[in-house]
Design a protein around this ligand. Sequence first.
Ligand SMILES: Cc1cc2nc3c(=O)[nH]c(=O)nc-3n(C[C@H](O)[C@H](O)[C@H](O)COP(=O)(O)OP(=O)(O)OC[C@H]3O[C@@H](n4cnc5c(N)ncnc54)[C@H](O)[C@@H]3O)c2cc1C
Length: 478
Amino acid sequence: MEKENIKKRLEEIAGKEWVRDDAATLFLYSRDMTENEPHAPDWVVMPEKPEQVQAVMRLANETLTPVTPYVSGANVGGLTIPVRGGIILDLKRMNRILEINESDMYALLEPGVTFGHLRAELDRNHPKAIYTYPMAPPFTSVTCNALLDGLCNLSHPHGATSDWISSLEVVLPSGELARIGSAAITGRWVSRVPLPDLAGLFIGWQGLTGIVTKIAVQLCPKPAFLKRAFILPYSYSTAYEMMRELSWTRVLDDIAGLSWVAGKMMYGRHGPITRDPGEPGFILFIEYSANTRAELWSKTMIVNSLLKDFEKKGKTFEGPLDINAILRLFPEYTKLANFPTTLDFLLDYAESGGFTWVGSYGPTSNWTRPTEKGAAIMEKYGFPPLFNCRSMKGGHYGALRFLIPFDRRDPEVTKKLRACLEEICDLLLDEGFIPYKAPNWAAKKIISRADPGWVNLLKAVKKTLDPNGILNPGHWGF
Ligand SMILES: Cc1cc2nc3c(=O)[nH]c(=O)nc-3n(C[C@H](O)[C@H](O)[C@H](O)COP(=O)(O)OP(=O)(O)OC[C@H]3O[C@@H](n4cnc5c(N)ncnc54)[C@H](O)[C@@H]3O)c2cc1C
């Protein structure tokens, strides 16, 4: 079908004002903040209802037009770059919070609902309920984060945000609509069990298998008391030993760390940043909550006694430093203590706002070596050794992420950056960590090391759900 005819059909589906193909719009959707090669779409379409998403998918199948679902494009992996052109399906208009169910503790959302929206709605109208928040900006999508196995401030007790999904509604590449989880059987959006877990067909797939039009995510009761503290260990090995042992006390809601250079960046340091001898290596962040003061006190005793044991073992660290007291002195640290947040010190660090990372999940028993080696690789390429980590699901696995703000106008920097990212990605895979939100180049590395049976199954699932290969082609190694 002629391009003009496709445009006309898209306008009939979504309305004339919600279809764009002007150069300025296509430019904006052709790139993200990372080093991944830009590529322009042919059209940007903003549907308002699942039926319009279905109609777009039917048209795409009929005309073999690629479709890339999109909300904010802030995934930090080039995942929404339409590498084969076609339609960007921008779901920002599907931004209704359909239900907050306090008694069954879930929120039913459209994909355009952002962390900022959800937090505001809960704070305003449901102050007894909370969700889990990433360090991602408030304008990013709750749905996308959950589908991408996000790591958030309650990931320590509850796991990645994909574990918070209780039911889904999905438009399949064919245009059919399917419900997943209890919503498919009883119309109630409370759980994925006890059923074959079809949510796995859409989680971690980067939008290659279906377009989620409704998601139910679990909520938690808001605790009455909250305590947050920084601990500043001097060595990476002490930091990780502490993270693991604190995880195992089962009293924490969050335990995460940032390399020391982040503290300097937050205070406006630019250019190469190194750690001065005598400075701590880590900013470790812990948070715990309680229903009563007595419970909070008991948890504080457990944390303090574990830290005393570390002191006795001769491990060097500062703290615990009460964050509320610190925030009164240094309000900049609120960025690390109140979510969702905008880490402007990272996003604005480099001229032109380039920002990228290699993030991964892996065994907490092997956190130290890849951290040391990854930091050394960053320094070798002239980037500040900026990384963060988080204990996930009670310490059963951990996140390790190397972050690089860079000047994306400079091709030499981009070239150096790509080499650095590849080296870090290989290192992480060698050390048992798997990159998440993997850009295509990293996905290829994962696939090249994967069990052939797993690869065949992956390909078979994609082929079955999307025989024409129209959803997000050119991503996840496809
Ligand atoms: C500074 C910074 C810090 C961050 N920190 C964190 C963090 O701490 N933890 C964390 O987990 N993430 C973090 N992120 C990553 C990211 O912002 C989040 O995971 C975010 O929720 C992605 O939302 P988005 O709207 O940008 O998604 P998009 O980039 O628009 O989409 C992400 C992916 O989902 C697909 N997709 C979009 N809509 C749908 C749909 N309806 N159905 C199926 N697939 C769809 C897209 O094609 C793409 O593959 C951070 C990002 C930045 C910039």
